[in-house]
Design a protein around this ligand. Structure first.
Ligand SMILES: Nc1ncnc2c1ncn2[C@@H]1O[C@H](COP(=O)(O)OP(=O)(O)O)[C@@H](O)[C@H]1O
Ligand SMILES: O=C(O)C1=C[C@@H](OP(=O)(O)O)[C@@H](O)[C@H](O)C1
Ligand SMILES: [Mg+2]
Length: 169
């Protein structure tokens, strides 16, 4: 049997997927693949890709990174929009998928660095984007954790505990 991801984190931009994935990787001693980091390593900053080549080009690069990552025995953290891809949705079937969520009041500061082109105009754009995707995040995930008031370490521990329980089911 080919390798598959150990855990996948999905959810809204700024919910904490990348940072939580890093903590979990340390906690579990497992490798981490952040698909945005893969794209950035190969093609430069995301905002620049959007500016110079447009969103469809970014999505194609992202899909390639996601397809490769999901075939590795690693913790995989996706960009917030990666789950819009139908092939990615199919690839996630049967994998442990955790959704991170965050309230608008808590995310505002987190996304203020201008690195996320789709939400750089502010919290209303973020809220509209997340509302449109919420049914997909809900359908694909088996566990949801709101990170608004929970420290990173605690989010990581909760996910590690859940994974452990799942192993014994
Ligand atoms: N549980 C948390 N509590 C407080 N701040 C957090 C938490 N998780 C993430 N952050 C902060 O939010 C920002 C975005 O985190 P990141 O992991 O990049 O989110 P995502 O990958 O979901 O877009 C970072 O500055 C990070 O430090
Ligand atoms: O929600 C989105 O469409 C995006 C989220 C970002 O990742 P994070 O969710 O890790 O911020 C990044 O992939 C890109 O800016 C597009
Ligand atoms: Mg991220």
């Amino acid at each position: 049997m080919s390798d598959r991801a150990l855990l996948v984190l999905i959810g809204a931009p700024g919910a904490g997927k990348t940072r939580t994935g890093k903590r979990l990787s340390k906690l579990l001693g497992a490798p981490l693949i952040d698909t945005d980091s893969t794209v950035v390593s190969g093609h430069g900053p995301i905002a620049k890709i959007f500016e110079e080549h447009g969103e469809p080009h970014f999505r194609a690069l992202e899909r390639a990174a996601v397809a490769a990552a999901l075939r590795e025995p690693a913790i995989v953290t996706l960009g917030g929009g990666a789950v819009l891809d139908a092939e990615t949705q199919a690839d996630l079937e049967g994998l442990p998928v955790v959704q991170l969520t965050v309230r608008p009041d808590a995310v505002e500061k987190r996304i203020a660095n201008g690195k996320r082109p789709l939400v750089s105009s502010g919290i209303d754009a973020w809220a509209a984007l997340v509302a449109s995707r919420q049914p997909i995040y809900d359908r694909l995930s088996q566990l949801t954790i709101d990170t608004s008031d929970v420290p990173l370490d605690s989010v990581a521990v909760r996910i590690a505990d859940w994974l452990e329980t799942r192993r014994h089911d």
